[in-house]
Write a protein that binds this ligand. Structure first.
Ligand code: ATP
Length: 234
């Protein structure tokens, strides 16, 4: 579904990503785990066309997408939920959700997807006319996810969905991620909270200072002593 091949990314002279290769198969939940500053967000931003890699290739359904605009990448079926649950302040919850569908013309289908988002996140339905910036952190995360889902993505890129949330909210968000996956969306999940990410994942990759240093099934990573010590607090 998604293939990242030998991708290198520079910020000025700094090589933030060093020949990273990995893939996400259709229907999988794949986690990219690693410490602060390891390069996780940079990889997601490369996939969604927000930054241009120096070299390497990214393929989506076997087609190179590295020089494609973000708009075209979203239209092709890849949607990102940015870190820090960036919602549009000064716009209502409903307007934020509608922004997610701005490239679509299939009104009836949009309405269906909207209903599905309300099912997953009933709180959003209760707050439709409220300014997005007045939502709690967890609600904003839900809104950012709902907005991404309204582009009807085949692949959802999630950047640190647990960040800054209370444990109860984290559990709820991760349950919803699993539900989204069960409906057929492929998910690439970036998390510092490695345990909770791996618990819902099929596979995982560990990234350290711009390089992939370990990979395996989620269970293998959860069981590994080394990974336990470095990332799982065990
Ligand atoms: P975090 O969870 O803190 O976002 P991350 O794993 O997502 O961490 P990135 O944000 O991808 O890491 O950052 C990777 C490296 O690139 C870091 O060393 C960071 O300081 C650097 N970096 C990120 N964005 C920029 C930028 N716009 N200009 C210069 N350096 C950057």
């Amino acid at each position: 579904m998604l293939k990242i091949e030998d991708v290198v990314v520079h910020y000025g002279v700094i090589e933030a990503i060093k020949r990273v290769t990995f893939e996400v198969n259709k229907g999988e939940i794949v986690s990219l785990i690693g410490a602060n500053g390891a390069g996780k967000t940079t990889i997601l931003n490369s996939i969604s066309g927000l930054i241009q890699p120096t070299s390497g290739e990214i393929r989506y359904k076997n087609k190179p997408i590295i020089k494609t605009s973000t708009r075209d990448i979203v239209a092709a079926g890849i949607s990102q939920v940015p870190e820090g649950r960036r919602v549009f302040n000064g716009m209502s919850v409903k307007e934020n959700l509608e922004m997610g569908a701005f490239l679509r013309k299939d009104r009836a289908e949009i309405q269906k997807d909207l209903e599905r988002v309300y099912e997953s996140f009933p709180i959003l339905k209760e707050r439709l006319n409220q300014d997005a910036q007045t939502l709690s952190g967890g609600e904003q995360q839900m809104l950012a996810m709902g907005r991404a889902l309204l582009s009807n993505p085949e692949v959802l890129l999630l950047d640190e969905p647990s960040m800054g949330l209370a444990p109860l909210f984290i559990k709820e968000i991760f349950n919803i991620i699993e539900e989204i996956s069960e409906r057929g969306t492929t998910i690439l999940l970036v998390e510092q909270n490695a345990t909770i990410a791996l618990e819902i994942s099929d596979r995982g990759y560990v990234i350290e200072t711009g390089k992939i240093v370990a990979s395996g099934s989620a269970q293998e990573l959860l069981d590994s002593d080394e990974i336990q010590k470095a990332y799982l607090g065990g």
